[in-house]
Design a protein around this ligand. Structure first.
Ligand code: PGA
Ligand code: ZN
Length: 425
């Protein structure tokens, strides 16, 4: 039974204010959660409530914090924390808007996750075990950013994330060792080749490239330099985040100095999938271009995972519609896009029902909160995307997964290639 709900302003990994919620139960257990924040947000996701005005560049969260301490705390007092569906339904009803604009998606997601944490604590279980409820789980296949671009790196590249995946690593621990080697090799390579401007928002290297393909070429070279075979041991995964530079099926690649229609865009990406060891592409078309998403899935979805992020915004309804239309074969799952734990789980279940890949994902604005590592394992998502292999808001998640892998001991299973909707060679 919920005794108290409280919130405070804390700071995220970009130094912006965000909401931390704390839920105390009558039995003494408690849970805590911090809302993450996106930079390349989908149009249809739950909206963050920001104060506007002068303070913190308008990014203050006083209103969202007040909503937690006021109406939300009153509504949840005495409620059963173990009934997450009822808690989330109450939050949705109290907000009353389609996009969580009144109370704030940031307020709701922090409370929803804090209730979940409190329920796990009341049972004396780590969150992943509480979520799994005895069902078999796997350690997720990581997607790890090596180069950052797009909205996270001053738009140095049009493509937002240049990532790697090691589906045949055999264990999470080994997958991270491979990642560390490639990350180091990529940094050394870029330092040799010229301007390297530190790291981007999610910790990936932030070099200056002359073209998007130059980044693909450098990443392939980094995989080799680290001693791995591109396309055999280590594959490339891209988040195009096409909504950031496309509207109405027209795409403007600033770096390549090219304007492309939807068909030409898919054609270009198909060319990349043939020229480079690419295993996964996220948001190859914009959120308002379902025909582009479907064309991409038809073109290379038999050999490349096609993920919807901004296109699906962790909505079960959108996942079902896209599955009907063949407009992706995997869903990115971000709890704060949906606004509550239950809605995010529904989107994950809808994707699993379609035999899609599912990837639990962080946001570009993160914190020390490691709940997503537990969600990825406890929900058996099969894959996880956390950003890069630097900055402690990222490393905290990787390190938590190592602890979970150790706790599972001989029962630890690495999802690896089985998590993908396509077969890597
Ligand atoms: P965001 O980006 O958190 O800045 O929205 C992450 C992504 O596009 O996957
Ligand atoms: Zn994305």
């Amino acid at each position: 039974e919920i005794r108290a709900v409280h919130a405070r302003q804390v700071w995220d990994s970009r130094g912006r204010p965000t909401v931390e919620a704390e839920v105390a139960l009558a039995g003494g257990a408690s849970g805590r959660a911090i809302a993450p924040a996106g930079a390349s947000r989908g149009e249809h996701e739950a909206v963050e409530l920001r104060d506007g005005g002068e303070g913190f560049g308008g990014q203050g969260v006083d209103l969202a914090v007040a909503n937690v301490c006021g109406p939300i705390a009153s509504a949840l007092a005495g409620a059963d924390a173990s009934d997450q569906a009822a808690i989330d339904a109450r939050l949705i009803e109290l907000d009353g808007t389609a996009n969580k604009a009144r109370l704030g998606g940031n307020a709701l997601v922090a409370v929803s996750l804090a209730v979940l944490q409190a329920a796990a604590a009341a049972e004396g279980l780590p969150l992943w075990r509480h979520l799994a409820a005895g069902a078999p789980v796997r350690l997720p296949l990581p997607e790890v950013q090596i180069f950052g671009g797009g909205a996270h790196a001053g738009r140095r590249t049009d493509v937002q994330d240049f990532m790697i995946m090691a589906p045949h690593a055999g264990s999470l621990r080994r997958a991270l060792e491979i990642t560390a080697a490639v990350y180091r090799a990529a940094g050394a390579l870029m330092a040799e080749r010229g301007p390297l401007a530190g790291v981007a928002d999610e910790g990936g290297w932030w070099p200056a490239f002359d073209s998007n393909e130059a980044a693909l070429e450098a990443l392939t070279a980094a995989i080799e330099r680290a001693g791995f075979r591109p396309g055999e041991d280590v594959f490339i995964s891209l988040d195009i985040a096409a909504s950031e530079f496309g509207r109405g099926g027209r795409y403007r690649l600033a770096l390549d100095g090219r304007g492309l229609g939807s068909e030409a865009m898919v054609e270009m990406l198909a060319g990349w999938t043939r020229a480079y060891p690419i295993l996964s592409i996220e948001d190859p078309a914009g959120q308002d271009d379902p025909a582009g998403m479907a064309a991409a899935t038809r073109s290379f979805g038999d050999r490349v995972q096609v993920i919807g992020d901004d296109f699906l915004v962790t909505s079960a309804e959108r996942v079902r519609a896209a599955a009907m239309a063949g407009a992706a074969n995997a869903a990115l799952i971000k709890v704060n896009q949906a606004g509550t734990v239950s809605e995010a789980k529904a989107a994950l279940d809808a994707a699993k029902a379609a035999h899609w890949g599912t990837i639990v994902s962080a946001r570009s604005g993160e914190s020390e909160d490691v709940a997503i590592a537990h969600l990825a394992v406890g929900w058996d998502a099969g894959q996880i995307k956390v950003g890069s292999f630097a900055r402690s808001e990222r490393m905290a998640k990787w390190n938590e997964l190592l602890r979970i892998e150790e706790a599972l001991g001989a029962d630890a299973v690495f999802a690896g290639a089985d998590a993908l909707p396509v077969r890597p060679l």
